[in-house]
Design a protein around this ligand. Structure first.
Ligand code: GDP
Ligand code: ZN
Length: 306
């Protein structure tokens, strides 16, 4: 007799998949035959985050994936540098959580904005966590308030935390609870420490959550997904380069900045890049202080890299 179950893929090796059911039990599954995903030319038909139906036969304690549920979203990257085929990194992401610190190590707003523009491209909400607050001096706190206000104005939820002083860790936990969160941030900002604090069943070592800068661009590493004891999952992708894969053209970039997106209709030219064009509503807003300088500078830097 064969019975069918539903679960979530939490780990993938390319040929075997770890699938977790609602009760938190995991089972190793294979994929039935040559399963093809509609509409996507991907080298891997299943990624972490996918919801699948699987069957277990009485004679075997491994599962067979027989169906993949429609995805709410998915992150892709090129399978190899030259190929057109893509690899799905992760699926069904509810939010991107950017963990930053203004010291030891300092995260630049350029880094934050690269993540934010990517999450905008995927229409995935992003949250910024300013960690290591206990280490900030007076001047850094002034900077923090300024940056935080700028991001909140554009609709990004922000939270200030400290692991040793246990500041706002319950709020951090509430943010992750019941959701699939893609975690991002430099090595050393406290990703593992924060996660360990809110889920005692996990004891992640430093570096267990990827450093988005150091990992190779085209490694075959698959994303990791951790199940949180109190409900929810944390995904850690192998690299920011992949996460930033969405290729936008120059005109599109402005759409990824809410403050530019809101004004660009008012620019004289509809292909305005907000560089030095006459009648540009964005440049006017920057000079009036309605758009903060650092966001505009980051926009210009990203523009020149396209
Ligand atoms: P990850 O690479 O992002 O996972 O960073 P870790 O969690 O390994 O943290 C790097 C170092 O920063 C460790 O020594 C942590 O104990 C320390 N750390 C993490 N969060 C905080 C914090 O809020 N304040 C201080 N002072 N240190 C922290
Ligand atoms: Zn313009």
């Amino acid at each position: 007799m064969t019975r069918t179950f539903k679960g979530r893929v939490i780990k993938s090796t390319g040929s075997w998949y770890s699938v977790m059911d609602d009760a938190g039990k995991t089972i190793n599954c294979r994929l039935k035959g040559l399963y093809r995903t509609k509409g996507i030319r991907a080298t891997n038909p299943i990624a972490v985050g996918d919801i699948v139906d699987y069957s277990i036969s009485d004679t075997d304690n491994s599962g067979l994936i027989i169906n993949i549920h429609a995805r709410k979203n998915y992150l892709i990257r090129k399978a190899t540098k030259l190929s057109k085929a893509t690899q799905i990194i992760a699926a069904n992401i509810d939010q991107v959580v950017v963990i930053v610190s203004l010291t030891k190590p300092r995260t630049s707003t350029g880094f934050i904005d690269r993540i934010l523009t990517t999450s905008e491209a995927y229409h995935i909400p992003a949250i910024i966590i300013f960690n290591k607050f206990d280490l900030y001096d007076k001047k850094t706190i002034v900077t923090l308030e300024f940056i935080k206000k700028a991001y909140e104005k554009e609709g990004y939820k922000c939270l200030i935390t400290s692991v040793p002083e246990r500041i706002r860790l319950n709020e951090f936990k509430a943010i992750l609870q019941g959701k699939i969160s893609l975690l991002s941030g430099h090595s050393g900002v406290g990703k593992s420490a924060l996660i360990n604090c809110i889920d005692s069943s996990l004891s992640l070592k430093t570096g267990e959550i990827s450093d988005y800068h150091k990992k190779g661009i085209h490694t075959t590493t698959f994303a990791n997904m951790f199940h949180l004891q109190f409900g929810g999952y944390v995904i850690d992708t192998p690299g920011i380069k992949e996460f930033g894969l969405v290729e936008f053209d120059k005109v599109e970039l402005g759409q990824r900045f809410p403050e530019i997106r809101n004004l660009m209709q008012q620019c004289r030219f509809n292909n305005c890049l907000h560089l030095n064009e006459p009648g540009c509503a964005v440049i006017k807003a920057v000079s009036k202080g309605d758009i903060v300088e650092f966001r505009y500078t980051n926009y210009l830097n990203m523009l020149s890299s396209i």
